[in-house]
Ligand binder design. Structure first.
Ligand SMILES: Cc1cc2nc3c(=O)[nH]c(=O)nc-3n(C[C@H](O)[C@H](O)[C@H](O)COP(=O)(O)O)c2cc1C
Length: 314
């Protein structure tokens, strides 16, 4: 037991990050059934689709699960209303001001966690009254902060500034990574990239294979002028780089990005023109596994690492 397992009433302090186009009820319920905390990623769902996923998740698991709400997406008020109506007990907010929704969610008996990428925003989230914070380093897949602070640096700095439970994210896919994050001061971990390459994720099979084949150096954080995002270096990424060489305006970048790129890449499997969001740790992922196996592997390795650290003698 620790602060995170007791906060969420789960067995292991492992959270599956909300991930657009990857984390529907199948992934979330599998993670919760395996003893972690699964999150449905609302960012890519219309309100009625989200309601359906929440209802199916309730049927697929009797364990706690949550919903991730990136606050920059439209329909936010409707999404929050559905979460409350459906009796969801845990919400992870991201990409927005934690003051906007935290109190309203808490007034409705919901535990609120906010995702940040800097110590400054961690303190703001704590002031807004959240129950825990996810601090996400530069290595992470998906949208990210502009400051390029790595998980190794971010976690101890945030730990120094806040008292509430802290969850580390970015570059963690193994039990050793989890142990490292917890030694740095985290109470739990949030993993994204590792769960993309799971049987239960809703990613297109070709995107899962891309993740497994990715090597160190195959991803890059880009589009900082819009919303910084870590992508696989495919043709679309190269097109972005070519445009950067011409010193583009924000509007030109927006025009190149267009609409539906993320869905096209990760959900429909267009590996050429699609946006393929994934973390640096994809270089360490070599197989697509069932969620139960992923969590077993992480916990076995964590316990092995725990024994090894006890043998250190200097
Ligand atoms: C494909 C993908 C989509 C993501 N979408 C979201 C999202 O919708 N909301 C969010 O808060 N974080 C999102 N993230 C970030 C994850 O929730 C998680 O914090 C991150 O993946 C952790 O770093 P890792 O990829 O190194 O494990 C996404 C990450 C990936 C890989």
């Amino acid at each position: 037991m620790n602060k995170i397992t007791s906060l969420f009433e789960i067995k292991y302090p492992i959270i599956q990050g909300g991930m657009i186009w990857n984390s529907g009820y199948k992934l979330a319920s599998a993670v919760s059934n395996a003893g972690g905390l699964g999150l449905i990623g609302a960012g890519s769902m219309y309100p009625d689709v989200l309601r359906e996923h929440i209802q199916k998740c309730k049927k697929a698991t009797d364990k706690p699960f949550g919903v991730n709400v990136p606050m920059l997406y439209p329909n936010i008020e409707e999404i929050i209303q559905i979460i409350i109506e459906e009796g969801v007990k845990i919400v992870f907010t991201s990409a927005g001001n934690p003051k906007t929704w935290t109190q309203h969610l808490k007034d409705n008996g919901i535990k609120v966690v906010h995702v940040v990428s800097s110590a400054k925003f961690a303190m703001k989230a704590q002031d807004a009254g959240v129950d825990a914070i996810v601090a996400e380093g530069f290595e992470a897949g998906g949208h990210n902060g502009r400051d390029e602070t790595t998980t190794l640096t971010l976690i101890p700095i945030v730990r120094e500034k806040i008292d509430i439970p802290l969850i580390a994210a970015g570059g963690i896919a193994t039990g050793r990574g989890m142990m490292a994050a917890m030694i740095l001061g985290a109470d739990g971990v949030q993993m994204g990239t590792r769960f993309v390459a799971s049987i239960e994720s809703s990613a297109h099979a070709d995107f899962k294979t891309t993740v497994v084949n990715a090597n160190e150096g195959d991803t890059q954080l880009t589009l900082k002028e819009l919303a910084p995002v870590r992508l696989v270096k495919n043709k679309f990424y190269n097109d972005v780089q070519e445009l950067y060489a011409k010193g583009p305006s924000k509007e030109e970048l927006e025009a190149l990005l267009g609409k539906r790129r993320a869905k096209r890449g990760m959900f429909e499997g267009d590996l050429i023109e699609g946006e393929l969001e994934i973390g640096q740790i994809s270089g360490l992922i070599h197989d697509i596994l069932p969620v139960q196996t992923i969590i077993n592997n992480v916990m076995n390795e964590f316990q092995q690492a725990q024994k090894e650290t006890q043998q250190f003698q200097f």
